[in-house]
Write a protein that binds this ligand. Structure first.
Ligand code: GLN
Length: 194
């Protein structure tokens, strides 16, 4: 498996480490041609406005959109999820988005008081044991479209992980924990993609 990680800003190295531990080959994506031959692509967490701006400057927005639209697996964590959403409630003026997933998200949704927090999530798609999730100035998913599957919710029902076919999005950061089950899940999507 050859997995690209958009290396514009944010936690791309942590994703690469986890992927390599799972014996996947990793590619730091900075040019459109880096997408060639990839089995999957990850957009990491960081600052969505910066990641979008840099990816636009690198001419990567359209190629990444085409990559996902051709059925190749794309996973966005945190800021990456914001970039994938069709609608961002508090989108910054001119903030570039891929607008691929039929969800509405709200940035920095948990407010300053609870800037960062951790929660143990029930994620049936990953098996019985709870997934320890790290949220850092996380967005939440306010609306989930009809074709979007909810993978995980907080205890109060807030949706924090979703899948729409080849598209996966998590509001939290699995690459910052030791639990590699989300990365395995994504590699599973990459294996079964055309
Ligand atoms: N708050 C950031 C944003 O709006 C996302 C934070 C993160 O990726 N950890 O882009």
């Amino acid at each position: 498996m050859r997995i690209g990680v958009l290396a514009a800003q944010g936690a791309f190295i942590e994703h690469e480490k986890m992927l390599r531990r799972l014996e996947a080959e990793t590619v730091e994506v900075r040019l459109p041609e880096h997408l060639e031959g990839l089995d999957g692509l990850i957009i990491p967490g960081g600052e969505s406005t910066t990641i979008g701006k840099v990816a636009s400057e690198w001419g990567l927005m359209e190629p990444m959109r085409a990559f996902a639209e051709s059925g190749c697996p794309l996973w966005g964590t945190c800021a990456g999820m914001i970039l994938m959403a069709k609608k961002v409630g508090d989108r910054m003026p001119d903030q570039p988005l891929l607008e691929l997933m039929d969800v509405t998200v709200r940035r920095n949704a948990f407010g300053r008081q609870v800037d960062s927090f951790e929660a143990n999530l029930d994620v049936p798609a990953l098996g019985d044991s709870l997934f320890h999730a790290v949220f850092i100035r996380a967005p939440l998913i306010e609306r989930v479209g009809e074709r979007v599957e909810t993978l995980a919710q907080l205890e109060d029902g807030t949706v924090v992980a979703v899948r729409q076919g080849n598209l996966l999005a998590t509001a939290f950061h699995p690459e910052l924990t030791e639990d590699d089950r989300f990365h395995r899940y994504f590699l599973g999507l990459a294996e079964s993609s055309p």
